[in-house]
Write a protein that binds this ligand. Structure first.
Ligand code: PLP
Length: 388
């Protein structure tokens, strides 16, 4: 079969592949410590499930508007105004099948052949692939641990060419867990405005912050940057709703209309009754988010201390999200070799940093219970000591 050329350039998602391998080993009865999935281990809060169940019982089981239930679009716009200081209305919002789908819609609506999209590395692994599927060119800007894995305004400026259309900002970051301070966000916004490019701010981890860290949404800085900003967000991480497939994109009406057209010919509306769960997530008590963050904070401290006690690993302290991104270069292994050997010999699943554009690192998710973290760290320590 002769498949379309575009698919030849895009590998399948490595994080999903590793998570599947770990699950398959578990299904065989093997005791695997899995740090591979970017997925909270908590159940979806009861009031969110109850709202979706109620909608289901009430017969909210039909096709709905492609851009989402009007009540949910309203609730999202209100959240963006109140939480993030972004003056959006419902018409600025489209409900999507997850944050991944939001970004994919955006790339299809905005990027055309030859357009360049600036992506700081380490990056969430789907960004470059989505750009390629939209026939654009990902321009990867490498950052390192000494700079907190953050792109500087000078690096951004130097990467911009006449072909640059979009800059992808992700704070808190997957995979590093780093966040940009408000000052850093302001400095990057200046470069975006000066050069008249677009910025998409992927804020899916905005609620998962530690030690009083502050999240500033780039579009809230002022009217000029607001006009050049697109927001991507979703319910998966903050409300433990990964399987619900619910996200949203917010931005200028023209863009949202374009994304709605794409959606109307591809997925149509997001599952109707699930959208009622999302309304409850936004309008209900936010105590569930706080409780999950507290659990993540305790796990973060344990994993960080354990990692940094292993000779040969260096791990910066993340400020948000639920990932550690230790440097493994002192072990003499590259990330793929490290992760394969770790899974095979000690049954610990981690994701090779090469998937995120950083082959000297591995990603470990601590969105798992404390006992698994302790056991997995024992195994990791043994593995590294044996190898070095
Ligand atoms: N953006 C980032 C940085 C992510 O880590 C993820 C999920 O892992 C997503 C977007 C997409 O999330 P979802 O499609 O599950 O809403």
């Amino acid at each position: 079969m002769k498949l379309a050329a575009r698919i030849g350039q895009v590998p399948p998602s490595l994080t999903l592949a590793i998570a599947a391998k770990a699950k398959a080993l578990k299904a065989e009865g093997i005791d695997v410590c899995s740090f591979s999935a970017g997925e909270p281990d908590f159940d979806t809060p009861a009031h969110i499930k109850a709202a979706a169940e109620k909608a289901l019982q009430e017969g909210k089981t039909k096709y709905g508007p492609a851009a989402g239930e009007p009540k949910l679009r309203e609730a999202i716009a209100r959240k963006l105004r109140e939480d993030n200081g972004l003056c959006y209305n419902a018409e600025n919002v489209i409900v999507t099948n997850g944050g991944k789908h939001s970004l994919f819609n955006l790339m299809l609506a905005l990027i055309e052949t030859g357009d360049e999209v600036i992506i700081p590395a380490p990056y969430w692994l789907s960004y470059p692939e989505m750009v390629k599927l939209a026939e654009g060119t990902p321009v990867i800007v490498t950052t390192d641990a000494s700079g907190g894995y953050k792109i500087t305004p000078d690096q951004l400026r130097s990467a911009i060419t006449p072909k640059t259309k979009l800059f992808v900002l992700n704070s808190p970051s997957n995979p590093t867990g780093m966040i940009y301070t408000p000052e850093e966000i302001k400095a990057l916004a200046e470069v975006v405005v000066e050069n008249n490019i677009w910025v998409v701010s992927d804020e899916i981890y905005e609620k998962i912050l530690y030690d009083g860290a502050e999240h500033l949404s780039i579009g809230a800085i002022g009217p000029e940057i607001f006009d050049r900003t697109i927001i991507s967000n979703g319910f998966a991480k903050a409300y433990s709703m990964t399987g619900w497939r619910l996200g949203y994109l917010a931005g200028p009406v023209e863009l949202i209309k374009a994304a709605t057209t794409i959606q109307s010919h591809s997925t149509s509306n997001v599952c109707t009754f699930a959208q009622y769960g999302a309304i409850a997530a936004l309008e209900g008590s936010q105590a569930c988010v706080e409780e999950m963050c507290q659990a993540f904070a305790a796990r973060r401290q344990v994993m960080l201390d354990r990692l940094n006690a292993i000779p040969g690993l260096i791990c910066p302290k993340p400020d948000g999200a639920f990932y550690m991104f230790p440097d493994i270069s002192q072990t003499g292994m590259k990330s793929m070799e490290f992760c394969n050997a770790l899974l095979e010999s000690h049954q610990v699943a981690a994701v090779p940093g090469i998937a995120f554009g950083a082959d000297d690192c591995i990603r470990l998710s601590y969105a798992t219970d404390m006992a698994s973290i302790e056991k997995g760290m024992d195994r990791l320590e043994k593995f590294v000591r044996e190898k070095t």
